[in-house]
Design a protein around this ligand. Structure first.
Ligand code: FES
Ligand SMILES: [Fe+2]
Length: 399
């Protein structure tokens, strides 16, 4: 079996595929809560077109987009206090997706009793709205500290990426790229621009540790002592593909990769920043764009996030693993792929994959992840912040 054949299965997330089944064991964010006003919004997740709405009584609903009458989009529907009504002929669906009204039919019609639109569980947490597209009963929505810690205010940068989720998630299993993409390449760009150079650092060694919620990546920089916490603790990539990093000042960043379908991914750069003493908690999560390209269509070559987005995207719509030549420095990538394949085997055997949370004791008050004090490299060229101005309304994550 070629590498292409071995790994292609990890890139397909549609319904009924092995990876699609795996992804459906997890809750995924579909939009920041500030994006959901009093109109339904379209969201696309794992290849499924869905409509998210909040009823007048405040309950969230998530249904398949196509009306089962004659396929009009329920995103154009009318939200009522206990469901959504299609704009075309007024069929109404309750929160479970059951059709409860077909007003153009005779009063004694039983048609509605056999009409159901698929619906899915949906919850709010940490300023995001999360959906679960798998089999019931749904597992718990994991309460990670970055989502629920009361000491934080939160914002989320949104990157719309027209490529497969896996090559994006693999980036965090590849520590060595920091030396080259973020140091050496930054200096290549800075030299041309006449900007100051960043210090170059080298890895002395890296290591990986598998734990229930994911894989911990550890690095020791040359010249640092072995008790540095980037080496003794490291930071994790949690299943299925979210990296969690601590930046200076106790600022936590979760890089959440949301597989829209096989060739589109949304990245949430979800920041939980410790509030300053005496500061009022923010009422809402703030949403901003973290684009793949600038307004002139150029990659953002001289900042950390822009560099990552550039290389992730240019690997191809779905990176062909058959074209790769992996070396010793790629063993984190190999481990991650092997662990994902193992999760698919578990499902085949009728077992649950790692990281599915069903025990409330694990989830209360929140799940503690191994996290170093902060990553110790120069962030002056990062764009992990909305430094080009807030976009208070944000974008629909599916658009
Ligand atoms: S298409 Fe929705 S009610 Fe007719
Ligand atoms: Fe990077």
């Amino acid at each position: 079996m070629t590498a292409h054949d071995r790994y292609a299965v990890l890139t397909r997330v549609g319904q009924g595929t092995p990876m699609g089944k795996y992804m459906r064991y997890f809750w995924h964010p579909v939009t920041p809560d500030v994006n959901l006003k009093d109109e339904p919004v379209r969201v696309r997740l794992l290849g499924e077109d869905l409509v998210l709405y909040r009823t007048k009584s405040g309950t969230l609903g998530l249904v398949r987009e196509r009306c089962p009458h004659r396929s009009a989009s329920l995103a154009c529907g009318m939200v009522e206090k206990d469901g959504i009504r299609c704009a075309y002929h007024g069929w109404k669906f309750d929160l479970s997706g059951q059709c409860v009204d077909t007003p153009a039919e005779p009063a004694d019609s039983k048609l509605k009793e056999r009409i159901h639109v698929p619906s899915y569980p949906v919850q709010e947490l940490g300023g995001l709205i999360w959906a679960y597209l798998g089999e019931l009963p749904a597992p718990l929505l994991p309460r990670f500290e970055f989502l629920v810690g009361e000491q934080f205010d939160r914002d989320v940068g949104v990157s719309i990426m027209p490529c497969n989720w896996l090559q994006i998630a693999e980036n965090n299993m590849d520590p060595y790229h920091v030396e080259f993409l973020h140091f050496m390449y930054t200096n290549y760009v800075h030299e041309k621009q006449g900007k100051p150079l960043v210090p170059i650092r080298h890895h002395a060694k890296v290591d990986y540790e598998v734990f229930e919620h994911g894989i911990i990546k550890k690095r020791l920089w040359e010249g640092e002592s072995e008790d540095s916490d980037e080496w003794t603790i490291g930071h994790p990539q949690i299943w299925p593909g979210t990296a969690v990093i601590t930046y200076p000042g106790g600022w936590l960043q979760a890089q959440i990769r949301i597989p829209v379908d096989d060739t589109n991914t949304i990245i949430y750069w979800y920041n939980a920043r410790p509030r300053k003493a005496g500061q009022e908690p923010a009422k809402h999560i703030r949403v901003w764009e973290n684009p793949l390209r600038d307004t002139r269509g150029q990659y953002l070559k001289d900042n950390l996030n822009g560099q990552d987005l550039m290389v992730m995207y240019t690997q191809g719509e779905i990176a062909d693993r058959g074209l790769e030549n992996l070396g010793h420095s790629d063993r984190g990538i190999v481990l991650y792929r092997r662990m994902l394949l193992e999760q698919l085997e578990r499902i085949e055997r009728g077992e649950e994959p790692m990281g599915v949370v069903r025990d409330p004791k694990i989830n209360t008050p929140f799940i503690v992840l191994p996290l170093e004090t902060h990553v110790d490299y120069d962030l002056t060229n990062a764009r992990a912040s909305p430094d080009h101005g807030w976009n208070e309304v944000g974008k629909n994550a599916a658009e």
